[in-house]
Design a protein around this ligand. Sequence first.
Ligand code: AMP
Ligand code: MG
Length: 489
Amino acid sequence: MAITADDLPLDNSFAQLPPAFYTRLMPTPLPDPHFVAASAPAAALVGLDAQQLANEDFVAVFSGNRVPARAQPLSAVYSGHQFGVWAGQLGDGRAILLGDIPSPAGPMELQLKGSGRTPYSRMGDGRAVLRSSIREFLCSEAMAALGIPTTRALMVTGSPQPVVRESVETAAVVTRMAPSFVRFGSFEHWYYRDKQDELRTLADYVIKAFYPELAGEPNPYKALLKEVTLRTARLIAQWQAVGFMHGVMNSDNMSILGLTLDYGPFGFMEAFDPNHICNHTDQHGRYSYANQPPIGHWNCYALANALLPLVGTVEDAQEALDAYQPEFARSIDALLHAKLGLASNRDGDREFLDDTFKLMQDNHVDFTLFFRRLGKLQLQAPETDAPLRDLFIDRAAFDAWAARYRERLRAENSVDVARREAMMRTNPKYVLRNYLAQVAIERAQNGDFSEVDKLLSVLQQPYDEQPDNESYAALPPDWASHLEVSCSS
Ligand code: AMP
Ligand code: MG
């Protein structure tokens, strides 16, 4: 049966918090809104049909032009550290929460991003451009398909309304979904205002709604800090393992649920360089690939600091925070072993991994292609190395490395077929390379959204061989070396 947006079974658990946590307001309408794209798996998660989202009724609702019957729209307040500096109050400057709807995994909040100014907009226009909305849409869904915790993206709508960034672009709205958009910065907000009652109210809300198993702990706030720390460590290990760089790991962009949140100037590693900075605005590389793990820890520290009045003692907070490094080390070690097809842990592995990455760096080897092609190497057949070997400038160095790799595989009696199968499920073939997004964006800017759909469908099966879509796994073309992404979105 066709449902209308008014039938959406919306509730709003966040709206039950006291009024100080948000401002109730309406989205600002956009002229002539139109459908851009919808994600079938995201829609299915909340019992919707992606096809149906293209109809006028849903386009009106998800562009913010009409508020559905049961919505209680609001923008949340939060603060945060930006690039290591306390930035004070921020908040949903261009996002409006409509409410939450049921899903098998629990209630999912629906949030419009780019739906107009709010009391937290500061100097901003409350809008998002089509370019950045498509990037967020595609990457959210690509990350979910990779198995990495993330907010989801249900759909994108567009409008001819001009929006000024470095050049004049057009407006778009992306509908995001997550159990919660509460950030580390949501807690920092109350801590820095010395509002302990609000701090406790927020922590109690988060525990009750999202970490009910912690409510019975002797110190639930310490348990919350520890669990968030563990999730953050695991999340960042997963980012590192696929070469994902967030670009703006400010504490207001860190999810209290350990989800990848706020896709802006993100990127996937191509020619491997641990010092790569994907965000053109990040001149000092605070959020470079290699810095993501320590910055994740730094952000947990900022959260610990904010939760200190609830946790009680510095020792307890420190103890929870100390879970970060061992958990990150354990996670990344397991992920890297799997990426290399190694089933056991042996002496010398750490050194071998370091040498592998050093060789990749020296040879500017494409991160995704390296691991994918590595899976096809066979123990007894050196000729199977060719596609992998082609990625290296220094072929002799590669040959020496490959001999060492084979020796390591033999040490654990590795079996080609089994290893290959496992590696194909671990090392994606398809990731959202900047140039792929750029092609889809440029076509969309000319009114053709088919490439957004196509790319979305390719990225939905990132671990599968897709013979018809080989070109989507290719190295970036020369023109792509000039692509720059900045905070401008
Ligand atoms: P971000 O770096 O995108 O996570 O954003 C940091 C803060 O700036 C958040 O409070 C955003 O809501 C706000 N913001 C970013 N862009 C805009 C915009 N165009 N209009 C209003 N607020 C914005
Ligand atoms: Mg943000």
